[in-house]
Design a protein around this ligand. Structure first.
Ligand code: CTP
Length: 423
């Protein structure tokens, strides 16, 4: 289940392109994520994929004709247009885009587009020549000017067998766009949230690194969840195995020092920092210029030096900010209070404690030492790469919330709930 899609009615318009077969995957993914998916198709689309496919995937009636009625005798496309939270046309042919741009309504999809007041997302699919044609670009620009969101087509193999721009965007990218559009105006709107994710890598020589097992799942789930609630999200990612989501600004930071620089830069105008990254505490004292050869040695020693503690640096910055930028805050609170990240607003800082033992005691000590608002204590290595996580949330004031095992997406929502209550 994805929170922003749960209990939403999504209207999926399908037009006559070979990419119609991918719309089956889209309908299935959205239904499994908790949405009710209504489908409306043009006659041409039904030549590529039958309505039965979509009825089977969504367990709902599919409309293929402007005159068609639903089982309750309401006019199909009108009823669907009214109840939709969003109208997604995927694939959208050049012909359908042109019709909608000009207000024509002679098939079920274009008639629905004219009638609905739901936000419109289109995922074009066509031959390169059609996409690049000035008239198509003008039509697309018209729709964008009226508020439509376009999921740009990619480059790849087209219906003709040729390769070029015009291939419908990946289903995951379309889902990301739907989530971002539905999330506009959510409870984190007008907030900038910085999230770190993944593990850092510390180079030993040009081919070897010190790394850790972090997959980045938790940080990516937080970034996506924040985007779905309307936030402007900057995701500072180390090494990870996740797909990069749409609607998020990605900053790559491989080593701990790079991540520190990126975090200190990005929090200047942020409202919250969530440090989900697994940052290496040490790095090799020297990075060898050439690959280290084993020679005859049976053992070798690697000298390590301490990496900066990023959250400790943020705490220092907040202390300074308290004195310099916000004289209204009592000096007695300096160093202990939640203070400005540099934009005159409170910066909420959330850390994670990855522990193999003494979970709660170690997490509490980190909450204090790093001057955090909230710490998410979770046992490692169990949580690394796992879809489920069992976490305990400890707040600055001492309140403890022990959570049952849950998917990382759900845990991310619980953590984001705090961003709102803490600010
Ligand atoms: N962290 C950080 N900078 C570091 C190391 C960790 O900002 N150099 C952050 C992590 O992103 C996390 C929190 O600090 O939010 C705690 O990280 P963790 O690895 O659990 O603890 P450490 O601070 O490294 O302490 P220890 O090695 O003693 O467990």
């Amino acid at each position: 289940m994805i929170r922003i899609l749960k209990n939403k009615t999504l209207l999926l318009g399908i037009t006559g392109s070979i990419a119609a077969f991918k719309a089956a995957g889209l309908a299935s993914q959205l239904t499994q994520a908790g949405a009710a998916v209504d489908v409306v198709m043009t006659r041409e689309a039904t030549q590529f994929v039958g309505p039965l496919t979509f009825e089977s995937l969504t367990h709902r009636h599919v409309v293929t004709d402007v005159m068609a009625l639903l089982p309750d005798s309401t006019i199909g496309h009108v009823a669907m247009a009214k109840r939709a939270h969003i109208f997604v046309i995927a694939p959208a042919t050049a012909h359908t885009i042109a019709k909608i741009a000009h207000g024509l309504a002679d098939d079920a999809v274009s008639a629905t587009a004219l009638d609905t007041r739901a936000p419109l997302v289109i995922a074009p699919a066509m031959e390169t020549g059609m996409w690049e044609n000035a008239v198509t670009q003008e039509n697309v620009a018209k729709l964008v000017a009226r508020g439509a969101v376009v999921v740009e087509p990619g480059i790849g193999r087209l219906a003709s067998g040729a390769s070029g721009k015009g291939r419908m965007a990946d289903v995951d990218d379309i889902v990301d766009t739907i989530r971002a559009v539905l999330g506009r105006g959510g409870d984190l709107a007008n907030r900038k949230i910085v999230v770190t994710a993944g593990g850092t890598q510390e180079p030993i020589d040009p081919v070897r690194v010190i790394a850790n097992h972090s997959s980045g799942k938790m940080g990516f789930a937080l970034a996506e969840g924040a985007r779905d609630r309307g936030a402007r999200v900057t995701l500072i990612a180390g090494v990870h195995s996740q797909r990069v989501p749409r609607g998020i600004e990605l900053v790559e930071a491989t080593s701990a020092c790079e991540m520190r620089d990126a975090v200190l830069r990005e929090i200047a105008d942020a409202d919250a920092l969530i440090m989900a990254a697994a940052v290496a505490d040490f790095r090799p004292a020297q990075q060898a210029e050439h690959k280290i050869k084993k020679g005859q040695a049976e053992t070798i020693a690697l000298e390590l030096v301490r990496n900066p503690d990023i959250l400790a640096k943020v705490a220092e910055r907040r202390k300074k900010g308290n004195k310099v930028e916000d004289p209204a805050i009592s000096p007695a609170l300096a160093g202990g209070a939640r203070v400005s990240g540099g934009n005159g607003r409170n910066l909420v800082v959330i850390g994670f404690a990855a522990e193999t033992n003494d979970l709660l005691a170690n997490a509490r000590a980190k909450l204090e030492a790093k001057n955090l608002d909230l710490i998410v204590a979770n046992p490692v290595p169990q949580s690394f790469g796992n879809d489920l996580d069992q976490a305990t949330l400890i707040e600055r004031g001492g309140a403890v919330t022990e959570l049952p095992p849950m998917p990382k997406e759900e845990l991310a929502e619980k953590i984001l709930d705090f961003v709102n209550t803490l600010r």
